[in-house]
Design a protein around this ligand. Structure first.
Ligand SMILES: [Ca+2]
Length: 265
């Protein structure tokens, strides 16, 4: 059907070239000029009709290509976590989204859960967002939460500021905190960077408009949110994703017992 549509759309160009060739062959004939004007009028009507048809086609197709977060996983659902004790702890590998350019690995020691994922596209300096992964969670304890991502940059000899970031955004009913990034930054794909080269570290700072911003979110009780993580720089590894309530000390991140949050059945 798509091929047919493409052929249908491109055919006026061929008719146009034919009309132009006729114009050059008998350009002194008034009768031919009138004929060509009629021909061009007919082509314009066809164009208008085809443009209208194209708009309908694009409109019907839009939900397939963009808009809000779609359940683009093949298993029929997004993994859904429940905040507990002021923490939302999600293993990076705990997603039903198509991994795309992310690869599941277990070669970096001390990973948590069943492994970690490494981004394999773009370059050491980054690139456009690719292979979005979804993580859904519901908040019970309202308040300010900070995002931290357990990560590692596999440099392979590159400088320490390479291979160290991904894109993050959150979908849902929340507000920004005055001490952190604005809502315009938190709701679109924004670079979050960090991590150690030789061991697991934490990425916990956003970079937008050439400034650093804390990833702080004012979440509401009973609301469900979706985090979307997309690949940015090659060889960035992600092990665990954590939202921490302001009442929880940051030292909890490196505790041995930081286990994954319970799931909503
Ligand atoms: Ca993990």
């Amino acid at each position: 059907m798509l091929n047919g549509l493409l052929i249908w759309m491109t055919s006026p160009d061929e008719s146009d070239r034919l009309a132009n060739s006729r114009l050059g062959f008998v350009h002194n004939s008034r009768w031919v000029h009138r004929t060509l004007i009629l021909l061009r009028w007919n082509l314009m009507k066809k164009y208008d009709f085809r443009c209208a048809a194209l708009l309908v086609f694009v409109g019907l197709s839009a939900p397939c290509f963009g808009g809000e977060v779609a359940t683009n996983d093949s298993s029929g659902g997004v993994v859904h976590f429940r905040e507990s004790g002021g923490l939302v702890v999600m293993e990076a590998e705990s997603t039903h989204s198509d991994l795309g350019d992310w690869v599941l690995k277990t070669d970096v020691e001390d990973y948590r859960g069943k492994g970690h994922i490494e981004f394999t596209a773009n370059t050491k300096n980054g690139g456009n967002p690719k292979s979005p992964l979804q993580y859904r969670f519901t908040i019970e304890k309202p308040g300010t939460y900070q995002l931290s991502v357990r990560s590692r940059k596999r440099l392979e000899g590159e400088p320490g500021d390479k291979c160290n970031d991904g894109y993050f955004r959150v979908v849902g009913d929340f507000q920004a905190n005055e001490k952190g990034a604005g809502i315009d930054i938190l709701t679109v794909d924004t670079k979050l960077y960090g991590g150690n080269a030789d061991s697991w570290g934490w990425a916990k700072m956003l970079d937008a408009h050439h400034k650093k911003h804390l990833p702080l979110y004012e979440f509401k009780a009973g609301e469900t949110y979706t985090l979307v993580m997309s690949g940015r720089s090659i060889r960035w590894n992600v092990d665990q994703i954590v939202f921490r309530h302001e009442s929880i000390d940051e030292s909890v991140l490196n505790g041995k017992e930081l286990e994954e949050s319970p799931r909503v059945e």
